[in-house]
Design a protein around this ligand. Sequence first.
Ligand SMILES: Nc1ncnc2c1ncn2[C@@H]1O[C@H](COP(=O)(O)OP(=O)(O)OP(=O)(O)O)[C@@H](O)[C@H]1O
Ligand SMILES: [Mg+2]
Length: 152
Amino acid sequence: MNGQVLIVTGTGTGVGKTVVTAAVAALALATGRRVAVLKPAQTGVARDEPGDLDDVARLAPGVTGRELGRYPDPLAPATAARRAGLPPVTPAAAAAAARDLAADHDLVLVEGAGGLLVRMTDDGTLADVAVLPGAPVLVVATAGLGTLNTPR
Ligand SMILES: Nc1ncnc2c1ncn2[C@@H]1O[C@H](COP(=O)(O)OP(=O)(O)OP(=O)(O)O)[C@@H](O)[C@H]1O
Ligand SMILES: [Mg+2]
């Protein structure tokens, strides 16, 4: 693995993970780095609808996008996969994809679905994806007073 893997998670859904991912990607691209964004499991959008990677491509042109699984229900990936009758994306598969992208990119940003401990499979979460390549985690939060102390 050559490039750096960075896991982007948040204190919830809709807190700005995709926008922060795109901002970090755009900054790295502007300094000449090769950047990929991996969205292991995209939930809440149909097959023919735009997903988070479309936002990233619009905000950070030149980025490589990779999505491993798509499930229409706006639920935790494990539940959404079960309801769709599709196999879930395992943390091991996500970590392997991140490693593959890191072979020919300087920076690989991995955007989770919801928060760090949302189930990807019955016994796996985004935290497991972070552990596999030993990647740092960037937590996106709302800017409200007391956010750091809010139990989630
Ligand atoms: N810093 C910001 N200022 C204003 N609007 C923002 C900011 N960050 C994000 N938004 C808006 O908030 C909404 C949610 O942002 P975003 O899609 O990045 O969240 P997310 O955490 O990735 O959501 P999801 O959980 O669905 O993946 C979007 O409409 C986005 O344009
Ligand atoms: Mg998002």
